[in-house]
Ligand binder design. Structure first.
Ligand SMILES: [Zn+2]
Length: 310
């Protein structure tokens, strides 16, 4: 994993990143932005692997050199991660390294993921995950030390928009006066929430939404489902492969939601007020979180039917 070939779509972007590496023209700070689930983190990882690989191919890292082997084990000494965390009540200071094992396991078992998946992996659902001020010393230390085995030190910062302001300002200093051969790859869902001074100092790598065809093909290859099913799921995924995978696993729930939606529409059309009242009482028992999902399902279905009619 962590190869360009593991990243769905984005062929033009891959080619231009590869060109930049081979031309020795790697920007010191780059911002991978786009909607959740389009493959920003996967692309940044593949790019980092490619930069560190000592036997690069024309389209991907070799997978066998010492550097690639360290990537397989996520133990490369010049690859660093910064990501949002949840602070325990009893602990005063907390750094990404405290979560590094959980993080390694998490990114190895998921190629596409969102903040909710990470919170679940940390057993911290419904909590606020941020990058704390304490992390700034660590970032500084890691990126100003001499590199170990590669000429380049790479730091991937996942969701920099969740960075404490003090930490962001320290990071900005490193962007303003870059140390030689340091590369920052920022992976952001909401680049407009970053400091404008940071935004103006990074090279933009914008990932567009994936096309329906790209998602459908990937779903077929990964899950062995039919073309018709894959296209139906892809259609409701707004260009996000993560959403597509979630929709696929929500299939059971979707069946229930579909039944409820059909009942609602039929009874509303026939103006059966008494039945509608009973329906609403039954549906209320789904519970708060599932009702929220149901409401967003209904909104989407109404929009889809409307568009189909048009
Ligand atoms: Zn290699």
């Amino acid at each position: 994993m962590f190869f360009f070939s593991d990243v769905i779509g984005h062929e033009t972007l891959k080619a231009s990143l590869i060109r930049a590496v081979n031309a020795g023209n790697i920007a010191h700070a780059q911002l991978f932005s786009g909607a959740e689930g389009v493959g920003k983190f996967a692309l940044a990882m593949a790019y980092a692997r490619y930069i560190h690989c000592t036997n690069r191919g024309a389209t991907d890292a070799c997978g066998e050199c010492p550097s690639c082997r360290q990537y397989n084990a996520l133990s490369h000494a010049d690859l660093h991660f910064v990501f949002p965390m949840v602070r325990n009540k009893d602990k005063k200071k907390i750094h990404c390294d405290d979560y590094r094992n959980a993080w390694n396991e998490f990114i190895t078992s998921n190629t596409y993921f969102g903040i909710d998946d990470w919170l679940k992996a940390m057993n911290a659902e419904n909590k606020q995950a941020i990058i704390y001020a304490d992390e700034s010393e660590e970032i500084w230390r890691k990126m100003t030390l001499k590199s170990f085995s590669s000429p380049y030190k790479i730091m991937i910062i996942w969701l920099p928009e969740r960075m404490n302001i003090e930490c962001a300002n320290k990071l900005l200093k490193l962007f303003e006066e870059p140390y030689p051969n340091t590369i920052f790859l920022l992976v952001s869902n909401a680049p407009d929430q970053l400091l404008s001074t940071i935004r103006s100092r990074v090279q933009q790598v914008s990932l567009p939404a994936l096309t329906l065809d790209t998602i459908a093909l990937a779903l077929q290859q990964q899950y062995g489902i039919t073309d018709t099913d894959a296209r139906a799921v892809a259609h409701l995924s707004s260009g996000s492969y993560l959403k597509a995978c979630n929709n696929l696993s929500l299939d059971e729930e979707n069946k229930l939601f579909f039944e409820l939606f059909v009942q609602l529409m039929r009874q509303a059309y026939a103006r059966r007020i008494k039945e509608l009242k009973a329906w609403s009482e039954d549906t209320a028992e789904l519970g708060r979180e599932r009702l929220r999902s149901f409401l967003s399902y209904v909104t989407r279905m109404i929009r889809e039917t409307y568009i189909r009619n048009l």
